[in-house]
Design a protein around this ligand. Structure first.
Ligand code: ADP
Ligand code: TRP
Length: 331
């Protein structure tokens, strides 16, 4: 039997090279596995916990949609939709909220991190916390359980959320009998955590990213900004300790990677490495960038594609929601 694989990305920033390598690329690979039926979506209502500017929010949501499509997601093969277009998810969100203990939410890491920070700064523990953020894991649970998801490909930071989804599903099933599939997470152990311009993990929170589809000149500029040490060109260098090499590996051919490794050992200047890095990245991103720009200039096209996806998603979710409502005694 086919297994359902589902994942979402929230529109809270421009997609960067780290997101691509760590999340999008592996998800696109998994969508090709014949035994998986894939559902990928834009988690826009999750993004609303953070982005409160309408124009920015709309652009960021379109940006995620255009990114997936530009990188090769085939909407004929993957159910591709916007979370906010599937109202059944929000009805399920409420139902599941009634099976989620508050203590479980208190322990969710995103909320806990803010509380800890507030404590350390001697502020009210809930300073800056909206209820959307607090309930975030319940909505994510609704996303997952609604489509009887077996496998959720996510980054390490999301493991806890998938575990919460299992807990909530179990507590519902215990009360009403087998209803929800218990999801499992899938982590890409072999994908690197890509460093950013300053050597820390590339992340929009650190402002050290290379946005995936920046124009050529900007790409070159950003690559030039990547921090290096002060070893002279002729000095032998350790490729595995180099941010430039880690990024290079993701975009170059295996042969190019081998060659670059040798050059590191025999001595190569950082300027030359940066030039080569720009060359392989730009070669790889040129076409998707063009497609991305085309799509961003035609948002009605994106709306059309997402609408079709939402119809498919709703045909599944409305049926299942009916069953769930019968179980709880509403219909
Ligand atoms: P950010 O850290 O920029 O806020 P998100 O937390 O929105 O990124 O991450 C979205 C997805 O991209 C997650 O699956 C996450 O694991 C992955 N990801 C983010 N940054 C990196 C990185 N530097 N290297 C690899 N994967 C990453
Ligand atoms: N919380 C995820 C993130 O921050 C995004 C997300 C929302 C998600 N709903 C989901 C991921 C359901 C997987 C499945 O990256």
């Amino acid at each position: 039997m086919e297994k359902t694989i589902l994942t979402g990305i929230k529109p809270t920033g421009q997609i960067h090279v780290g997101n691509y390598v760590g999340a999008i690329k592996p998800a696109l690979e998994l969508a090709k596995v014949p035994e998986y039926e894939a559902a990928y979506f834009i988690a826009d209502y999750h993004g609303l916990t953070k982005i409160h500017d309408a124009k920015e929010f709309r652009q960021l949501s379109y940006g995620i949609a255009a990114t997936w499509l530009a990188l090769g997601l085939d909407p004929e093969k993957v159910i591709f939709y916007r979370q906010s277009d599937v109202p059944e998810i929000f009805e399920l969100n409420w139902i599941l909220g009634c099976f989620s203990s508050k203590g479980l939410m208190n322990r969710a890491h995103a909320y806990k991190a803010i509380v800890d920070q507030n404590k350390s700064q001697e502020r009210d523990v809930d300073y800056g916390v909206n209820m959307g953020l607090f309930n975030y894991p319940i909505l994510m649970t609704a996303d997952i359980l609604m489509f009887k998801t077996d496998v959720v490909p996510v980054g390490k930071d999301q493991i806890q959320h998938v575990e919460i989804a299992r807990d909530i599903a179990e507590s519902f099933n215990k009360n009403y009998g087998e209803t929800f599939v218990l999801p499992e997470y899938k982590i890409q152990e072999d994908t690197a955590v890509l460093p950013g311009l300053d050597g820390r993990k590339m992340s929009k929170s650190y402002n050290n990213t290379i946005p995936l589809f920046v124009e050529e000149k900007k790409l070159q500029k950003l690559i030039n900004k990547i921090k290096t040490d002060s070893l002279p060109p002729e000095a032998s260098k350790d490729p595995d300790a180099s941010v430039l090499f880690m990024i290079y590996k993701e975009f170059a051919t295996p042969l190019e990677v081998e060659k670059m490794k040798e050059q590191f050992v025999s001595g190569i200047g950082w300027g030359d490495v940066k030039r080569e890095l720009f060359h392989v990245m730009n070669r790889y991103l040129e076409q998707p960038r063009e497609k991305y720009n085309e799509l961003m200039a035609a948002p009605e096209k994106l709306d059309e594609i997402l609408k079709v996806g939402a119809e498919t998603a709703r045909s599944i979710s409305s049926q299942f929601l009916k069953e769930i409502k019968q179980k709880i005694g509403i219909q």
